[in-house]
Each structure stands twice: as C-alpha cells, then as structure tokens.
Design a protein around this ligand. Structure first.
Ligand code: NAD
Length: 253
C-alpha cells in the first residue's frame, strides 16, 4: 500500500487481537509502530517480535492523564505521529438490557470505548496538524448498527465512535486529517472465543462468506484506510463483517 513507509503509527489496545495484527501489518507496510495497552507485557511482546521499529507504552484508557502521557511518549520517541489507530475496547460483563444494566456499567462502557477515543484524538490532532496532517482509524463495531438483546452500553458507545469519526473528519479535513471507522462483525479473537466458543455455529449461517473474519482482516483494512490509496475516503464507517449487515435478516444459509 502506498504512503505507509516510515510513517509513525500508534495502535491502542495493541497487545492482542485486532490491535496486535494491525501493529504487525503496519510494520510490514514499512511504518514505525508504537503499541500501547494496559497489558504492557503483551504490548512489549508484540514490539519485541517486530523489532527495533516498534516500541510499547503502558496506559489505561479509563484515565485521561494516562492517555495524554501515552500519546506524548509516542511523539517524544519517534518525533511525530502520522497514524492513530484508536482500538482498545472491551465488552462489559454487567452490560445487559436497558432495564438491567447498572449505571456503572453504562458509564464504564462510555469511558472505555468512546471517551478514550475522544481524548486520544484530542491530544493527537494538534501533533498531526503541526506536521502537516495525519490519519485516524477508529475501531467501532457492527454492534453500533443494530440492536441486540444485551450489550446496550457497548453498542451505544460504538455508535458514538461512528459519530465522533464524522465530527473529526468534518472539523479537520481541511487541515489534512482523514478519519474513518471500521465496524468489524464477528472477528475470531481469543477474547471473543472465550466468552462465546460456539460462534462459528451460531453466526456462520448469517454471513455471506463461508468463514468468519480474523484480526488480519481488520488489520489489512486499517492499513488500507491509513495509506495514500485511501486518500479520498474520509468520514466513513466501513463494515468488515462478511456481509452480516448486507442482507435481509430472514436470509440464512
Ligand atoms: N473481536 C470482535 O469480534 C470485535 C468485533 C467488533 C469490534 N471489536 C472491537 O475491536 C477492538 C479490539 O478488540 P479485540 O477483539 O482485538 O479484543 P482484545 O481483547 O484481543 O483486544 C483489546 C485490547 O484492548 C486492551 N484494553 C482493554 N481495556 C483497556 C484499558 N482500560 N486501557 C488500555 N488498553 C485496554 C486489552 O488489554 C486488549 O489488549 C475493540 O475496540 C473491540 O470492541 C471487536
């Protein structure tokens, strides 16, 4: 992909799953990569595997100062910041129906999944502008696009990310900042298989592909959106979901 060589990329939640695959892919495309995560050991392992063009930083997405420090460490280490992949996030264990979800679970989801992306972008954008521009790719979710029987706060927070993407794209496009979100459908990550080991049987019939997605499917989309090949794409939410949201609900295979 064009335009990624020697760019500086920050991948949040890069210790595992989608973030780890994205860090590896951006490195393969020639970028320098900062991998940040609350799981610093996991982030360091991915950085060590990549080699001297990667580094790891600990941070907690629930803590504003920690996010500010983490972005500052990245720019101090590499001298600039060209690509931000806002990606850290998680489902909530108490996040159920509207009537049953405790306010704490709602607040936790908003803080982790959407406020942290807002803070990270807020800190990163001035660095990008001062360097002439940059790209942000936000991990949203197909949970943002349709109701589910549980995970009310998670889905709503992910819808907030889709909106935040459009706001940043609108406000900073003329300063050469492009922003898009990706809505992964079901992606086979260890964390997801842990909570739902029967995913392939349950979700398979709703997909248009004959297979479920992997972290690498999202990583390649992040790399594309971050590259100059996507220079005319901004403010969009791209579903990477094996066609999950492309068909009428009564179609199953
Ligand atoms: N796996 C899927 O099917 C799927 C589908 C749609 C969206 N997503 C989204 O993709 C993103 C990545 O998820 P994944 O599936 O790779 O899961 P994952 O659990 O493998 O990765 C998430 C990473 O975020 C980190 N993280 C969690 N809380 C943090 C905090 N407070 N501070 C810093 N880091 C923190 C974790 O340590 C972990 O390394 C998330 O935003 C998730 O909501 C995943």
């Amino acid at each position: 992909m064009r335009g990624l060589k020697d760019k500086v990329a920050l991948v949040t939640g890069g210790a595992s799953g989608i973030g780890a695959a994205t860090a590896r892919r951006l490195h393969e495309e020639g970028a320098l990569v900062a991998i940040s995560d609350i799981n610093i050991r996991g982030a360091q392992q991915i950085a060590e595997e990549i080699g001297d063009r990667a580094t790891a930083f600990a941070y907690d997405a629930m803590d504003e100062q920690s996010i500010v420090d983490m972005v500052g460490s990245t720019t101090a280490h590499f001298g600039r910041l060209d690509i931000l992949h806002n990606n850290a996030g998680a489902l909530g264990s108490d996040d159920t129906t509207v009537a049953d979800t405790p306010l704490e679970a709602w607040d936790h989801a908003m803080k982790l999944n959407v406020r942290a992306y807002f803070v990270c972008s807020k800190v990163a954008i001035p660095f990008m502008i001062s360097a002439g521009g940059g790209v942000i790719v936000n991990t949203a979710s197909s949970s943002a696009l349709g109701g589910q029987l549980a995970q009310t706060a998670y889905g709503t927070s992910k819808a907030g990310i889709v909106a935040l993407t459009q706001y940043i794209a609108t406000q900073y496009g003329r300063q050469n900042i492009r922003v898009n979100s990706i809505s992964p459908g079901i992606i086979l990550t260890p964390a997801l298989l842990d909570v739902a080991p029967n995913l392939v049987e349950v979700m398979g019939p709703s997909l248009l592909t004959s297979y479920l997605g992997t972290p690498e499917d999202i990583a390649s989309t992040v790399a594309f959106l971050a590259s100059d090949d996507a220079r005319y794409i901004t403010g969009q939410n791209l579903c990477v979901d094996g066609g999950l949201f492309a068909h009428a609900p009564y179609v199953s295979f």
